[in-house]
Design a protein around this ligand. Structure first.
Ligand SMILES: Cc1ncc(COP(=O)(O)O)c(C=O)c1O
Length: 404
């Protein structure tokens, strides 16, 4: 989302007021932007898909409580995320757990809470779940996370093919056999497939959903198992940079409609639950990251604005989390003076760390001069922010977070 689209939802004067009353470095999340995204996604999925939220995108407790209050389910990937999801009010029957390295105590917590589905990603994990259930006299709801093929083209971050995630078809067959053989303690839920991240092409995204359905049909056809749900994962992208195009939600909606009416899906039970679990798409655009300029510094050819928050508070801005080429996020300056500079004012924003990597914007062209005490606002920072940043690096100030 560019700043003009953001200001259409949250006017600049309102943002400025919040920043003036607030601490930096910090994140401000706006519920109205969050609700806007939830509503758009509910419309696009025709009310026929359950929407779960991938906590890894932003596990802020107030953000979670807001999402839970909207009837959204949860995707968790650790004991910590499961605990946060339960504390925020997500119903256990709407929580799924996926992740390649689930510890015994984590599986036990998931089983104790009878969550909707533990999505198995390792044959040993399936055996562990059986052992825990047999030892404790409990049952577990389990699905199989698929890693269907090596042919998934690379888009954004690689989530399928030669990755640690999910089970390839031969291994999925073994896991399904374990589930069938232990039907006294394992309740088969269905399949999970998260095959993309930051996907901006609605055709490619839904084509991946079809791959998961095809495999679900083939893998269960000669078994006693009923596919009660398919979770297609997250991966819906947002526009960060000018060279990107927003995910076309009306095309996504059309593609889902075709999928819902497809002959392929009709081979699975009529009452099958279809789920998506986006992270970034739900929360990414709702948050801004704000940092205050401490000093100006003219180096040899560049003018640096030294800010009170940088890489340790927001790793993505400094090119972290799998960006191949580091680009500037959409940003704006909040200055008291609005002093226009003839020929423009060019600057880099550096954080306070003692590493040359702590540059969070480069070669920015501004119409106005930016001075000590002014703020730089970075947009699209609601996902993979504090929780995906090396907050302890240099023992810097932990960024504040507020939801409005
Ligand atoms: C299993 C799973 N589900 C959902 C997501 C959320 O992805 P995104 O934020 O791209 O929607 C991820 C991200 O890595 C994931 O691993």
């Amino acid at each position: 989302m560019n700043k003009h689209d953001f200001y259409a939802l949250v006017p600049k004067a309102e943002l400025k007021q919040v920043i003036d009353d607030y601490q930096t470095p910090g994140y401000i999340y706006f519920k109205k932007v969050l609700h806007h995204q939830i509503n758009r996604l509910k419309t696009a999925t025709h009310g026929q898909f359950d929407i779960h939220y991938a906590l890894k995108a932003n596990p802020n407790p107030n953000m979670l409580a807001e999402l839970a209050s909207q009837g959204i389910g949860a995707d968790v990937a650790s004991e910590g995320e499961l605990t946060r999801a339960l504390a925020a009010g997500f119903a256990p029957e709407k929580i799924e757990y996926s992740g390649p390295g689930k510890r015994q105590d984590e599986l036990t917590l998931a089983i104790d809470n009878n969550i909707a589905s533990i999505n198995i990603e390792n044959i040993k994990e399936a055996e562990k779940i059986v052992e825990i259930c047999k030892a404790s006299g409990q049952t577990a709801n389990v699905g199989v996370r698929l890693n269907p093929t090596l042919e998934n083209e690379r888009s954004g971050m690689r989530m399928a093919g030669d990755t640690p995630f999910g089970l390839k078809v031969e291994d999925a067959k073994v896991a399904l056999k374990i589930i069938e053989d232990n039907a006294d303690v394992l309740n088969f839920t269905g399949f999970h497939g998260h095959l993309a991240s930051q996907e901006l092409d609605a055709d490619k995204l839904v084509a991946k959903y079809a791959v998961v359905i095809e495999h679900a049909i083939a893998l269960t056809k000669d078994t006693s198992l009923t596919v009660k749900k398919i979770n297609f994962g997250g991966g819906l992208g947002i526009k960060y940079f000018p060279n990107q195009t927003d995910l076309d939600l009306s095309l996504y909606a059309d593609n889902l409609k075709k999928l819902i009416g497809s002959e392929m899906l009709s081979q699975l039970p009529k009452d099958i639950k279809l789920i998506i679990e986006p992270g970034r798409f739900l929360v990414g655009e709702s948050g801004v990251f704000v940092t205050q300029i401490l000093y100006r510094k003219q180096a040899f050819t560049k003018e640096f604005l030294i800010a009170d928050g940088g890489l340790s508070a927001n790793y993505v801005l400094a090119g972290g989390m799998g960006q191949v080429i580091k680009r500037n996020f959409e940003l704006d300056v909040m200055t008291e003076k609005e002093k226009a500079v003839e020929g423009g004012f060019k600057f880099d924003v550096a954080g306070p760390l003692c590493t040359p990597q702590d540059i969070i914007a480069s070669n920015v062209d501004s119409d106005v001069e930016v001075d000590e005490g002014d703020y730089i606002v970075f947009f699209n920072c609601g996902a993979y922010g504090p929780s995906a940043s090396p907050i302890n690096f240099l023992s810097q100030k932990v960024p504040a977070e507020i939801i409005i």
